[in-house]
Design a protein around this ligand. Sequence first.
Ligand code: MTE
Length: 366
Amino acid sequence: MSIKLIAIYLGCLHTAGQLIIEARKVLVGAVKPAKIKNEGHMVHIKKKRGFEIPEREATPEDLYMMTRRGFVKSMGLLSAFLITGCDDFVPAPGSEKTNSPKKPGKKPSGLYPARRNDRYLLDKPLTDELVAARYNNFYEFSTRKSRIWRLVERFETRPWEVEVTGLVEKPRVYDVDEIVKMMGLEERLYRLRCVEAWSMAVPWTGFPMRDFIKKVQPLSSARYVKMVTFLNKEVAPGQRKIWLPWPYTEGLTMAEATNELTLLATGIYGHELPGQHGAPIRLIVPWKYGFKSIKSIVSIEFTDRMPRTFWNTVAPSEYDFWANVDPEVPHPRWSQATERVIGTNERRPTIKYNGYSRFVAGLYED
Ligand code: MTE
């Protein structure tokens, strides 16, 4: 056995030991750290520091229960876990390629920065690029925002296929660069409001989803679009959490998907998306809470049934299918009236539909 393998094995033993200790604390309810004021967290936190909130409060209730059940299950599967369950697992070379077509296509060049579309302007300064790049939600890699940019280092996003399937005239598998060439790119400045009550403002590069939908021609029976993220637990250690409903899935109604704001983004800050922002292609729906803006899409399916989605499956009473930004509807565990602007000390009032009412209010009149 190589030294690296022994180190990984010892690391796993350590992690398992930590987990047993943490499990005991959770099960006997011994963990009681301080509470953050007016700011939400979608996930459980294992190591406690002064600024963190207890797992019981930080985790959606259903997820918390599932976490406990999943944990007990994990104990039963300890030997299997020792082989596969380390959070900081180092992927084997070549194991990242589950999304690979056989022959990589030629990457189009000269696409970034794309021309800015001035129809979509901001009422606040852009977030600093480094701040946005180091404060991410990408549960496939970690529940800790500040760790993700490092954990995606070996996440290979080329070649990458996107399957268009379901109720559509032209079902087929596309290479992502073929889509980019076919669609062309533009830049838009959008606000993003996370359900956890923080916000940012960034320049995305991409193309309107409705133009793509026109090309692939859904059938008239299609009522929803379901989108799915890659599934590869060799690369994405978060996907080893067997109590979460991987792969990450999101959905929109056809009216939402064809709204002019809905963007399929391939770039940010004038260059290609880095891994932590959901490379190579992700959704942006700026009037909805950020969890709707699914990252690293591998499948777009047209369907006549409302799709089950990741967070709605985890905690239906906390994360509904619609998830439209609304300061007057609090999350069951925190207020949505204000938001913290990341990278600043500013807290500002949240605006209905994140300030995009004139584009989207008509969608919800009924
Ligand atoms: N997509 C996938 N596949 N996995 C995720 O964990 N997190 C969502 C969304 N898309 C998430 C995802 C959440 S909660 C937010 S707020 C945004 O991505 C964050 O996007 P950013 O990291 O680019 O700021």
